[in-house]
Design a protein around this ligand. Structure first.
Ligand code: NDP
Ligand code: MG
Ligand code: MG
Length: 330
């Protein structure tokens, strides 16, 4: 079983006398920076000038400066910028200011694991990654709780990398819930696989295929949308709260019987074989290489597919139905 660390395993005083620069003030940045500050850690936020995020961070009582200024002053640098921009910003605005014994941190391993960021040998490199969105990381902290998180050490120059990581995890509230030990490789590869095969790619393809099947058979698109897409949240919430069994307890017996009979007809041996192929393309770097090249070219396929997807019937029907649901946020 994986090792899990809690509050008593982490020593916040390791961060005393150190300056932590949180680069970025988006989903994770705003949460981690504010939690650290409220834990008594000296935090600076690194951003670009003239953006609303700068004003927001200042309004939240944080000290804000440009990324190079923050990098120069910091002992510990947590990079919470968009993954696809990290390598360039690191190269131009962070690397020149790194000093021996500093720590470079991440909440996702992509750039380190796929060698987009190659740090110098004389610093610590580790990851603290909350397993939840930033607003949850902030909300739980304020409520005296925490979000389960990961800790991983890539490079331990000072001999203190893991202890520093655990101290940071404590500062953002992670050790209140539990912090799992992992590696950059494991975190990166499982994260990519999960989002591609199941959470994002898998789920949207399944929804669209179900929707198309009903519509092509002559059923009303609105009905198809309700049954194959809208109700997904109800089912997922039940699984989230009580696992597959709890979900199956809550649905009708007819639905439960249909679940058992049909699921394995869709996820066939062929699908499982393809999943393994998806995984091996993540492991051997083919996916990462494609995504990096796509970014270097200005994301032509990415933008084209995104445009096509927005035009699908399923999106038009969905927009209309959601406009009738007054409880949904506009
Ligand atoms: P967001 O996209 O929410 O935020 C990115 C931040 O970076 C913004 O504050 C943006 O500010 C700033 N930024 C963008 N470009 C620049 C630039 N050139 N110079 C300075 N600042 C810049 O990112 P996330 O919080 O979603 O992701 C951050 C990291 O956390 C990623 O590694 C991600 O994988 C990881 N992660 C994210 C999770 C999540 O819940 N979202 C969960 C776990 C890990 P502005 O545009 O105003 O300049
Ligand atoms: Mg991801
Ligand atoms: Mg139904």
């Amino acid at each position: 079983m994986v090792k899990v660390y809690y509050d008593e395993d982490a020593d916040l005083s390791l961060l005393r006398g150190k300056k932590v620069a949180v680069m970025g003030y988006g989903s994770q940045g705003h949460a981690q920076a504010q939690n650290l500050k409220d834990s008594g850690v000296e935090v600076i936020v690194g951003l670009r000038k003239g953006r609303p995020s700068w004003q927001q961070a200042e309004a939240d009582g944080l000290k804000v400066m440009t990324v190079p200024e923050a990098a120069e002053q910091a002992d510990i640098i947590q990079i919470l910028l968009p993954d696809e921009m990290q390598a360039r910003i690191y190269r131009e605005q962070i690397a020149p200011y790194l000093k021996e014994g500093n720590a470079l941190m991440f909440s996702h391993g992509f750039n380190i694991h796929f060698d987009q960021i190659v740090p110098p040998d004389n610093i610590d490199v580790f990851m603290v990654a909350p397993k939840g969105p930033g607003h949850m990381v902030r909300r739980m902290y304020v409520e005296g709780k925490g979000v389960p998180s990961l800790v991983a050490v890539y490079q331990d120059y000072t001999g203190k990398a893991k202890d520093l990581g655990l101290a940071y995890a404590k500062g953002i509230g992670g050790t209140r819930a539990g912090v799992f030990e992992t590696t950059f490789k494991e975190e990166t590869e499982t994260d990519l696989f999960g989002e591609q095969a199941v959470l994002c790619g898998g789920v949207t393809a399944l929804m669209k295929a179900g929707f198309d099947t009903l519509v092509e058979a002559g059923y009303a698109p609105e009905m198809a949308y309700f049954e194959c897409i809208h109700e997904m949240k109800l089912i997922v919430d039940l699984i989230n709260e009580g696992g597959l069994s709890q979900m199956r307890y809550s649905i009708s017996n007819t639905a439960e019987y249909g679940d058992y009979m049909t699921g394995s007809r869709l996820i066939t041996e062929e699908t499982r074989k393809e999943m393994k192929k998806v995984l091996s393309e993540i492991q051997n770097g083919v996916f990462a290489k494609n995504w990096i090249q796509e970014n270097q070219a200005g994301c032509p396929s990415f933008k084209a597919i995104a445009r096509q997807e927005k035009e699908l019937l399923v999106e038009k029907v969905g927009a209309r139905l959601r406009s009738m649901m007054s409880w949904l946020k506009k």
